[in-house]
Design a binder for this molecule. Structure first.
Ligand SMILES: [Zn+2]
Length: 402
């Protein structure tokens, strides 16, 4: 399968015109097809650095936002109508085993939120789950990581202590924790605690870091620590993000996440639009870097992720709305993704592309956006039907395009 595109974004610093991308896939039909797509831009698929897959219910919870610290929101959120409605599908019994009950239905909602915004690679911040949890998804939900919920609340949801988790990481996989998620004294003391506990390490991925000072951000950059910002969620919950200007100034490895829709934006496409509108000093190219190459580094992903070679198993084809490919991602919507391939498997896109693959049509769901026939891997419509049956009425999720 060869696809000739108008523009090919290999990396933030390397772009080529009228390039032909060759797809590597073990399920391509023998007869190779050549596609001419002069209205498309080719990118590597995006990577979502921070997500809580089972938390993608709507509407957002938090009547009294913004808060001084997220810990207050967590308690308030648990009493929200949205959370209570979601609990009709799945309730924690304290174990946080997401292979239990209907947790998988909720996680699949989160998976489709990510697919329809070009993210077939997702970091799902939760205690490490049994292998079957990760094996159940049609996309890559990263399995190799260690975590702590936060230093302020500890690993209340499961897992060992922060120090033990880091030791288990052996420095070879990301160690992920919410940090300094607020503007009170406790949030401001988080960084010092992290440093004193020996947890300021090159494989540490700090989520949010809102209360970090410029000096602390500089230390992160020097140490090779990665920081994930979830702008919409941060502004909604706390009224501000980390000092992004300091992050850029000191060259910290900055990445972007959506958080769940209980606090954040609808999906990654909404997130990058929000960030670009609110933080005009962040260039579209910088935002692109945050969801591709910086993410590959922060999450210890294979070298082939987050960049696009002319011979590839990972591809996202997007309509050319703006000629500048980085401005283009700020204007694209779910319908503009014409093809999304991860590890050689077609995940989502325009139906005609599927003809090149030796697939079982029963493994896909077909639907229309406007006049365009689309396919998506798996059966999100069945997930929705099951949830509707449990609720006793129809529930809409704004990130689903059907
Ligand atoms: Zn989070």
């Amino acid at each position: 399968m060869e696809i000739k595109v108008k523009t090919c974004v290999h990396s933030a610093d390397k772009i080529s015109s009228n390039a032909t991308v060759k797809i590597n896939s073990s399920i391509l039909k023998a007869k190779s097809t050549k596609w001419d797509c002069p209205d498309n831009i080719a990118y590597p698929p995006f990577i979502n650095n921070h997500e809580h897959l089972i938390g993608n219910w709507v509407p957002r919870a938090g009547e009294n936002h913004p808060y001084i610290t997220t810990d207050i929101w967590v308690e308030e959120m648990k009493k929200s109508e949205s959370f209570i409605e979601r609990n009709k599908v799945f309730t924690h019994n304290g174990s946080f085993d997401l292979t239990r009950g209907n947790a998988n239905l909720l996680a699949l909602l989160g998976v489709y939120k990510n697919i329809f915004s070009g993210c077939p690679v997702v970091q799902d911040h939760a205690p490490n789950q049994k292998d079957e949890y990760y094996a159940n998804f049609p996309i890559e939900v990263i399995k190799d990581y260690k975590q702590c919920h936060s230093l302020s609340m500890g690993n209340w949801w499961g897992g060992k202590s922060a120090q033990e988790e880091w030791q288990d990481s052996k420095g070879k996989m990301p160690f992920i924790l919410h940090l300094a998620e607020g503007k009170d004294k406790l949030a401001k003391s988080d960084f010092r605690k992290l440093e004193e506990s020996g947890l300021l390490q090159p494989n540490t991925l700090i989520i949010h870091g809102i209360a970090l000072t410029a000096g602390e951000i500089k230390k992160c950059a020097q140490k090779g620590v990665s920081i994930c910002c979830c702008p919409d969620s941060n502004v909604f919950l706390i009224g501000k993000t980390i000092d992004l200007k300091a992050c850029i100034k000191y060259g910290v490895n900055l990445v972007l996440g959506t958080d769940s829709t209980m606090s954040g934006s609808i999906n990654m496409l909404a997130e990058i639009k929000f960030a670009a509108n609110k933080y005009t000093f962040l260039s579209s190219k910088e935002l692109y870097r945050m969801i591709t190459e910086n993410a590959q580094k922060a999450l210890f992903l294979p070298e082939s992720y987050g960049k696009l070679e002319l011979n590839t198993s990972h591809l996202m084809l997007v309509n050319n709305i703006k000629d500048d490919p980085f401005e283009n991602i700020l204007n694209m919507e779910t319908k503009d993704i014409e093809l999304l391939i991860h590890r050689g498997i077609p995940i989502y896109g325009n139906k005609q592309f599927l003809d090149d693959f030796d697939i079982n049509p029963e493994d896909y769901f077909f639907f229309k956006i406007g006049n365009e026939n689309k396919f998506v891997i798996g059966h999100p419509e069945k997930v929705c039907a099951k949830i509707d049956a449990m609720l006793g009425y129809h529930k809409d999720f704004p990130y689903l395009p059907f």
